[in-house]
Write a protein that binds this ligand. Structure first.
Ligand code: PLP
Length: 396
């Protein structure tokens, strides 16, 4: 049986709503990333899937962790990875956050401002800092622009400030935007990195690593028009390999490369077993009759990213059915909990009944983390996992 077959068997065996992770699939994805980019070290972006068993699987394969808070650092430490493989990748941190991270043993800190550098110097003396460059986020489903990163000019000032404050200016980082669909975004990021690297070299600052961030896309999503999202993976990996080589040539010192993939490693190896709440039709204000499919799972308990994409749905009890076009929505009393305007209608079986199972595929990333603690009384999904053909274990 292949991976998908194992996942389907697990989904079919699930009689209650839950999210299922295929740990063997995640490990296989890690291995395939290592084959594409053998020279990088992975720092898995914990925010995308802060599930102990997933983290342990990745740690076992050799990954470290990109943590964004002291609590994430503590969770990463519990996997047993050496502390040197955990970095504080969030440019936003209070003095207390820095103190706590330093006490936990972290010595690598992301930064993007002189204010933050001063705080790191005060509370984590001698730490290594890597400065995040701003990107436009163009080409990504979620651009992550503006809130993070600084200009190249500012990066030089930030790194000079770090050196003057007794910190080790150690690396540069970028994030090209989450679910980045273009190779061009990577090309632009490498050009910016090369410029700043050269400017730093001229000032006698020689870095030891480049952090290429997240952004590698998942393969199993549909766009808002229900078309498969097909990122040009071969081209993306080729541009990254070439970019790494160019940076090595520009650099006056040995460079190690780090990446912080999140969704690429986990998205396609998680799936949700949900159920139909109701398929109903209502005449709208424009007099048209519209079908709405309400699921037990929506924006606030697993499908937070439904603003920008559609998920593949499987109705296992209605495989050969008559279909009707419907708006897909979650169970809460909140109008944001639905595919929005601009989304195509989704073909759903006309005969679905309340309680029928629905499988929601490629939901391994940002499902458990982007979930409310019981909005409108709808609880977060419990999670379970499989490892290849090892049977599903209930964890909660
Ligand atoms: C600093 C940082 N690194 C990595 C990631 C992971 O991104 P992705 O899931 O697109 O790989 C994120 C996500 O937003 C992030 O903020």
């Amino acid at each position: 049986m292949d991976e998908n077959t194992h996942m389907r068997a697990a989904l079919a065996a699930a009689s209650e709503d839950q999210i299922i992770f295929d740990l063997a699939g995640i490990e296989g994805q890690y291995e395939s990333l290592m084959r594409e980019l053998p020279d990088i070290s992975v720092r898995f972006a914990m925010k995308s899937c802060p599930v102990d068993e997933v983290l342990a699987s990745l740690a076992k394969k050799g990954a470290g962790f990109d943590a964004a808070s002291p609590n994430e650092i503590a969770q990463a430490i519990r996997t047993g990875v050496p502390i040197g493989k955990i970095h504080y990748g969030n440019t936003i941190k209070s003095d207390q956050n820095i103190i706590d991270a330093h006490r936990l043993g972290v010595r690598d800190f992301a930064t993007d401002s002189r204010e933050d550098v001063a705080a790191i110097a005060a509370h984590a003396a001698g730490a290594r800092v890597f400065c995040r460059l701003a990107t436009t986020g163009d080409g990504a489903l979620w651009g992550l622009s503006q809130k993070f990163g600084c200009s190249g000019t500012d990066a030089v000032l930030v790194m000079e400030a770090a050196r003057a404050a007794g910190l080790k200016p150690s690396g540069l980082s970028v994030h090209v935007g989450s679910q980045q669909m273009t190779a061009d975004a990577w090309q632009n990021a490498f050009e910016r990195l090369a410029d700043v690297l050269a400017a730093l070299n001229q000032r006698g600052i020689f870095l030891d690593h480049i952090n290429l961030g997240g952004g590698l896309p998942a393969l199993g999503y549909l766009d808002r028009r229900s078309r498969p999202l097909e990122p040009p993976m071969d081209k993306i990996f080729a541009v990254i390999r070439e970019g790494m080589q160019q940076l090595r040539e520009v650099s006056g010192s040995h460079l190690d490369f780090i990446m912080e993939p999140g969704r690429y490693l986990v998205a396609d190896h998680g799936a949700i077993r949900a159920h139909v709440s109701r398929l109903s039709s209502r005449q709208q204000l424009n007099d048209e009759r519209q079908y709405w499919l309400y699921l037990s799972c929506g924006k606030f308990n697993g499908l937070y990213e439904m603003d920008e994409l559609q998920y593949k749905l499987v109705f296992p009890s209605h495989l050969d059915a008559e279909y009707v076009p419907a708006v897909v929505a979650g169970p809460t009393c909140d109008s944001d909990d639905a595919y929005a305007y601009g989304h195509n209608l989704v073909q759903v079986p006309k005969a679905v009944a309340s309680g029928d199972p629905v499988w929601i595929l490629s939901t391994g990333a940002y499902a458990t983390s982007y979930t409310t603690q019981g909005f409108n009384g709808f609880s977060p999904l419990p999670y379970t996992w499989i490892h290849g053909d090892i049977c599903m274990k209930g964890l909660e």
